[in-house]
Design a protein. Structure first.
Length: 288
């Protein structure tokens, strides 16, 4: 018994140490980015480089980023893609998942089979590009929304949740004369708020981080989303530039400030959705 308790303590200690290492590995790069984004030029010269905890702070990098017209336009494009794209994805996913959750749907197994098949096989980059080109979506914001509008993984989570709803509740609504549209809008949707918020978060983060579709389908610089603009900003070679008289923003400080501001919207939104996140994932992943 004593040996068993000792082995359990050793195991718990090992797990805790492992978790601490993982936390440090995850938090340290973020701390370095945040520290570099507020390091003034004078501090950089004094230390001969960046330090994790600078003795002086400045927001000149953030002011320079906010005043950059490229990032302003990228923010507008990404905001549009995120808001409109998430709305389209949620509507399409719910309208796909709800019929699949109804056993009396004709051809239900066939629709489900083809949906799952798309998670294993896809047409590839070139055929998808040709389809986007043929539909006239090239060099439009819609090219970054429609090709990735539906995630079958998210649809399956919604389907599993809808299947777990009491069938007696839906049958009672049908007996009372409600059609399927009113059942979906008046009963199913309000009861599905946790899983809908969770799936909405998935879609929102994915749309905000839109990158590859923009690289493949959009050449117009004014339509580039924030992630592509940030990529160009991080890869271009530029010298330290003054933003005010006597104030110079180091290139790395400017870039790190751009990284922080790019990630900030999702970081701000997440706490408001976090309370639904765990609950929604559990409800959507386990039937019943």
């Amino acid at each position: 018994m004593v040996k068993k308790l000792r082995s359990e303590r050793v195991f718990d200690t090992s797990v805790n140490l492992g978790l601490i290492v993982v936390i440090i590995a995850a938090v340290l790069p973020l701390a370095v980015v945040l520290s570099a984004s507020v390091t003034p030029y004078a501090e950089l010269l004094r230390n001969g480089g960046y330090s994790l905890i600078p003795k002086a702070f400045t927001l000149d990098g953030y002011r320079a980023v906010v005043s950059d017209s490229r990032l302003q336009q990228g923010f507008i494009v990404s905001s549009f893609i995120t808001i409109v794209g998430t709305a389209i994805s949620m509507i399409a996913s719910v309208l796909f998942a709800y019929p699949l959750s109804q056993p009396r749907l004709p051809g239900r197994r066939g629709f489900l089979f083809f949906a799952i098949l798309t998670t294993l096989f896809n047409a590839g980059i070139i055929p998808t590009f040709l389809i986007v080109q043929a539909t006239g979506l090239l060099d439009t914001v819609w090219a970054m929304i429609f090709p990735t509008a539906i995630s079958v993984f998210n649809v399956l989570i919604l389907k599993t949740f809808f299947e777990g709803m009491p069938s007696e509740l839906l049958e009672a609504a049908r007996v009372d004369g409600l059609g399927e549209w009113r059942i979906l809008l008046k009963i199913v949707m309000p009861l599905s708020l946790p899983v809908l918020m969770t799936i909405g978060l998935f879609y929102g983060v994915g749309q905000w981080n839109t990158f590859m579709t923009a690289v493949l389908y959009v050449r117009d610089q004014s339509l580039q989303p924030l992630q592509v603009v940030l990529r160009d900003l991080l890869t271009e070679v530029s010298s330290d530039a003054p933003i005010e008289a006597g104030a110079v923003v180091p290139t790395v400080t400017y870039r790190m400030a751009a990284v922080v501001l790019t990630a900030l919207p999702m970081i701000v939104v997440y706490p408001f959705i976090q309370k639904y996140f765990r609950h929604g994932m559990l409800l959507g992943a386990v039937k019943g």
